[in-house]
Design a protein around this ligand. Structure first.
Ligand code: NDP
Ligand code: OAA
Length: 258
């Protein structure tokens, strides 16, 4: 499967190393859509990829699927054009907090016969939540704790709650830090009803997500203590692995979970 990648940051570099590195894989990144070719020029020879700044030329290049690893704004702008032409994997899930965009992309995917894959990113338990939601789920809440520097500019000595509210507002205020709240909303009871608390912690170097759910099924509480990427500590290593997992499991004939 040939992949077209949008973005060339922490997640993109992980995917390039895993898929286009020394060991041959069935999956291969061929094309990368960037804003500034000169900045990313070294990737062309290192990973044998072609850089594009024109979206239509990128989409016409040799690829079976697009993987977005850019940011929420880019995803909002690019996704409608992408899904008309290709299947896609989206990691800046916060883009889909916009109900109009979600409806538009769903309609385009159906009309053009394409699929939009939404990986679980830096959390888990979405299989459980979707199954629980067949019955009635009464509450879903997420408490995210990250290194203070990932969330706020000010120097603090003690942990500080920097946001408390619902997922719809959380992603507006922290688009680079709380995409997980929107995948949780999509799997469960929506961005208005999914509660979010974000804590800036000067004493942690992990990205910690505690998820709590209650419903007909009973209740679930679990915590994911994520290792961050050294070159972008806002982003957890698991988020990048979840894209690779999604790609690798896509064509399986025996499917686990889900
Ligand atoms: N769903 C989840 O659980 C998670 C989601 N994420 C999200 O994944 C995304 C990628 O994360 P990460 O790799 O760490 O981010 P980085 O900031 O490391 O990299 C982002 C890349 O996207 C590029 N980019 C930005 N805007 C555009 C655009 N309009 N067109 C093309 N490229 C663009 C940037 O290029 P430039 O140099 O030009 O700025 C940069 O190369 C982010 O949105 C992040 O919030 C992260 C963790 C978990
Ligand atoms: O990587 C993480 O731990 C979570 C994150 O940045 C996001 O959801 O946007």
């Amino acid at each position: 499967m040939n992949i077209g990648l949008i973005g060339a940051g922490a997640i993109a570099n992980f995917l390039l190393e895993e898929l286009n590195g020394d060991e041959k894989e069935d999956l291969c990144i061929r094309s990368i859509f960037v804003r500034n070719k000169e900045k990313y020029r070294p990737l062309e020879s290192k990973y044998d990829v072609t850089l594009f700044t024109d979206l239509q030329s990128f989409l016409q290049s040799e690829m079976d699927i697009v993987v977005e690893a850019a940011n929420v704004e880019a995803a909002k702008t690019l996704l409608p054009a992408v899904i008309k032409k290709k299947d896609a994997v989206l990691i800046s899930i916060g883009a889909l907090a916009d109900a109009e965009l979600l409806a538009e992309v769903t309609e385009l995917a159906m009309r053009h016969g394409h699929t939009l894959h939404l990986p679980s990113g830096a959390i888990g338990g979405l299989d459980l939540l979707q199954n629980a939601n067949i019955g009635s789920v009464s509450s879903v809440s997420l408490t995210t704790r990250k290194p203070a520097g990932s969330l706020i500019a000010e120097d603090i000595d003690e942990a500080k709650v920097v946001f408390e509210g619902n997922a719809a507002d959380a992603i507006k205020q922290f688009p680079k830090n709380i995409n997980v709240s929107i995948i949780l909303s999509l799997a469960g009871i929506g961005a208005e009803r999914t509660k979010v608390k974000i804590v800036a912690d000067p004493h942690t170097d992990k990205n910690i997500h505690q998820v709590e759910m209650t419903g007909d099924f009973g209740e679930a509480v679990f915590t994911i203590t994520n290792n961050p990427f050294p070159d972008n500590p806002k982003t957890s290593y698991l988020a990048a692995m979840s894209i690779l997992g999604t790609l690798k499991r896509m064509n399986r004939k025996v499917r686990v979970g889900g």
